[in-house]
Design a binder for this molecule. Structure first.
Ligand code: FES
Ligand code: FE
Length: 447
């Protein structure tokens, strides 16, 4: 099935078909056309510091084994034995010299090369070509300040080109002080009854929902101490004209909506009743100064929401990484990691872990608000009558983009609007139409 471009996403009129969020055939196609051709997040290098370290993860529905080889290089391959498909490593993470499949014992080295086959001489008469039956390696593998991404499509642009202006933002989260970052405290993983795109588009541009969806969570202090941060519940509708608020979407579907921390209080502060408030405040003040020196005035002050196409985000309120793994048209396996500045003192890292549990993840107050909405939105896209009526993506489509200037990227005034969500849907639709990467590179224009 080839999806006709512009049928499911109407950019001119700002309409998106409900079928995109519920149709099993569309879901099957997006695994093929979107997930098998886009850059996907695998994990962080800090999860595998030593040779022989490994962790398991996913690209779409494919299980992926990521290892650190004896040479120190990162490898990524399908965690599926070439004999009968069994998983060659069942643990989530650990350290190994090699991976022995527990079914018949075929054994692979840290790079995925097939090194031992039981009965190689007696049963295969030494004729099995070991070179050709190693684990299937990902086609492109790159790191961005420790974040590991992979892509199955050899034609896809390199990671930096694919990210575009998103890299301008992402560096502020993963390398705030020039010393890199690390993930701590394990990974939250759970299944939500929603289509993955509702989550992704919410993070790429939906600042509109916060003041409504999260109002009660804010009132009970959900974000107290996130980052060791005391955050205010802000009515962003009233800040649309403020030049310190803007949004941008990239050529390949990523983007974010941002507001700059004010000059009078640019550094984050801990809530006053935090026993480590003094140390936390000192850290954030010093971090702000280093960031301003290294990354410039604007990037040192960035706060907001964002996502990298198709299913990755780092929120700025708690620096948690979200990955929305597709598990069916109405099912998403959410993975959430807590990211910390490597240079942060232990009390800041501890505060971050504690605060993160309260904000996003299965116990997070904001996450619960969001998940509930996305489930019901997905339910609302299933019915035959409902599918006759497209969804409205028209907010702010007439806002004219401003060209890049100073240390700001091409953007629109105001952090609110549907342009980023529609831009993500546009990229999805271009891939779904079966266009080659070359065609997309040649013709793709952000909304
Ligand atoms: Fe792995 Fe047979 S399935 S050795
Ligand atoms: Fe939310």
């Amino acid at each position: 099935m080839v999806i006709e471009e512009n049928k499911l996403v109407d950019i001119e009129r700002g309409l998106v078909s409900r079928k995109n969020f519920a149709d099993p055939e569309i879901y099957k196609q997006e695994l093929e056309q979107v997930f098998a051709r886009s850059w996907l997040f695998l994990g962080h290098e800090s999860q595998i510091p030593n040779p022989g370290d490994f962790f398991n993860t996913y690209m779409g529905e494919d299980p992926i084994l990521v290892t650190r080889g004896k040479d120190g290089k990162v490898n990524a391959m399908l965690n599926s034995c070439r004999h009968r498909g069994n998983s060659v490593e069942r643990s989530d993470l650990g350290n190994r010299n090699n991976f022995m499949c527990t079914y018949h014992g075929w054994t692979y080295d840290l790079e995925g090369k097939l090194i031992t086959v039981p009965g190689f001489k007696e049963l295969y008469h030494e004729e099995l070509d070991l070179e050709n039956w190693g684990l299937v390696a990902v086609t492109q593998l790159e790191s961005f300040h420790g974040l590991i991404f992979a892509n199955w499509d050899p034609e896809a642009p390199g990671l930096l080109e694919y990210m575009g202006e998103y890299a301008w933002f992402l560096e502020t989260r993963v390398n705030p002080q020039g010393q890199g970052s690390e993930v701590v405290g394990g990974i939250f993983r759970w299944v939500m009854d929603c289509n993955w795109k509702f989550a992704a588009e919410n993070f790429v541009g939906d600042g509109y929902h916060g003041f409504i969806s999260h109002r009660s969570a804010m009132l009970v202090g959900a974000q107290r101490g996130a980052n060791g941060v005391q955050q205010q519940s802000v009515n962003r509708w009233k800040t649309q004209e403020d030049p310190n608020n803007f949004r941008f979407g990239t050529k390949y579907g990523s983007g974010g909506g941002f507001h700059l921390l004010p000059d009078e209080a640019p550094a984050i502060t801990a809530s006053s009743d935090d026993p480590n408030a003094k140390a936390i405040n000192a850290y954030y003040q010093q971090r702000f100064e280093v960031m301003e020196k290294n990354l410039g005035r604007t990037r040192a002050r960035l706060g907001g929401w964002n996502a990298m196409f198709p299913n990755f985000s780092i929120n700025t309120s708690a620096d948690q990484i979200h990955v929305w793994n597709p598990r069916g048209p109405q099912s998403t396996e959410n993975w959430v990691y807590i990211l910390v500045d490597k240079a942060a003192p232990p009390e800041v890292k501890k505060a971050r872990i504690n605060a993160s549990k309260r904000v996003f993840g299965p116990t997070g107050l904001l996450e619960e608000d969001d998940g509930d909405n996305w489930k019901l939105s997905t339910d609302g896209c299933k019915g035959v009558i409902a599918q006759r009526y497209p969804l409205h993506y028209g907010m702010g489509l007439d806002d004219k983009p401003m060209e890049a200037n100073g240390d700001l990227p091409r953007r629109r005034q105001g952090s609110l609007g549907d342009t980023n969500q529609l831009n993500m849907a546009r990229m999805w639709s271009e891939l779904m139409s079966g266009k080659s990467w070359q065609e997309i590179k040649d013709s793709s224009e952000p909304v």
